[in-house]
Ligand binder design. Structure first.
Ligand SMILES: [Zn+2]
Ligand SMILES: [Zn+2]
Length: 248
């Protein structure tokens, strides 16, 4: 259901920064906008036919928010004033985003701010909320929980939070999907694949989509364990180029 602009970690130049979106009619919800994500959004032409842009930020690391200022300026040039969603219960996070943008000259009349619980973006969406998750001592990170008519999506900003993952597992319905960052065995700020495999039984791993990859090895390991793996979207031009080279 989610499409991916990038699927890499902070420094992954090939897979870019992890960022995703959902589009319905003339509305788009973007989750995170890292330094390397902004240009890719333009290349993929994701704003074609879009009138309303909603942006949800999971946390303040540069691979999740570094491109937000540029994105807002870009949208303003297209006469779009985007909605930035903040956690209603967390004034600190709201202020952090506003200050971050202000310091870049992105003043508050360039965007709307809306609280998560008041956010129902699409006609088939029932609820949207942020939950605080464990990631890093110096920064707060959030998971985004979205209920749709037929499924729930749990999108975890960077995390190493077994407790939250287990709470999600307990309520996971058969149509629901979990999106989570992951890492190799030695990670501290991201949940490692061994831990994920302990939490999610083999038959449920197809509903758990790994993302935020540090390397290709990371992807192969996730696949071999039976997890779903987030794949970067291709532009129409890239897709056609691939077909041509394949046919040759
Ligand atoms: Zn990250
Ligand atoms: Zn992070």
């Amino acid at each position: 259901m989610l499409k991916f602009i990038g699927v890499g970690d902070l420094l992954n130049q090939e897979l870019l920064n992890t960022s995703a979106y959902i589009k319905d009619e003339n509305k788009i919800l973007i989750i995170d906008c890292g330094v390397m994500s902004f240009k890719r959004m333009i290349d993929l032409k994701i704003f074609e036919d879009v009138e309303n842009v909603y942006i949800a930020i999971t946390h303040m690391h540069p691979d999740h928010i570094g491109g937000l200022g540029s994105l807002i300026f870009y949208l303003n040039c297209k006469n779009i004033k985007p909605y930035i969603i903040f956690p209603k219960e967390d004034e600190e996070q709201k202020q952090a985003i506003v200050n971050f943008l202000f310091l870049q000259g992105v003043v508050s009349d360039r965007f709307y701010l809306i609280a998560d619980v008041e956010t129902v973006i699409f006609s088939n969406m029932l609820a949207f909320s942020y939950k605080t998750i464990k990631h890093n001592e110096t920064l707060k990170s959030f998971a985004i929980e979205m209920s749709f008519v037929d499924k729930r999506i749990y999108y975890l900003g960077d995390n190493n939070d077994e407790k939250y993952q287990k709470s999600v597992l307990k309520k996971l319905g058969e149509n629901d999907v979990v999106y989570t960052d992951c890492c190799g065995d030695n990670g501290v700020h991201h949940i490692n694949l061994k831990k994920l495999a302990e939490i999610y039984d083999e038959k449920i791993r197809k509903q758990v989509c790994c993302m935020h990859f540090i390397s290709d090895e990371n992807i192969i390991k996730a696949k071999n364990l039976g997890f779903c793996v987030a794949v970067m979207e291709q532009s129409k031009e890239e897709y056609l180029k691939r077909i041509v080279s394949h046919n040759n």
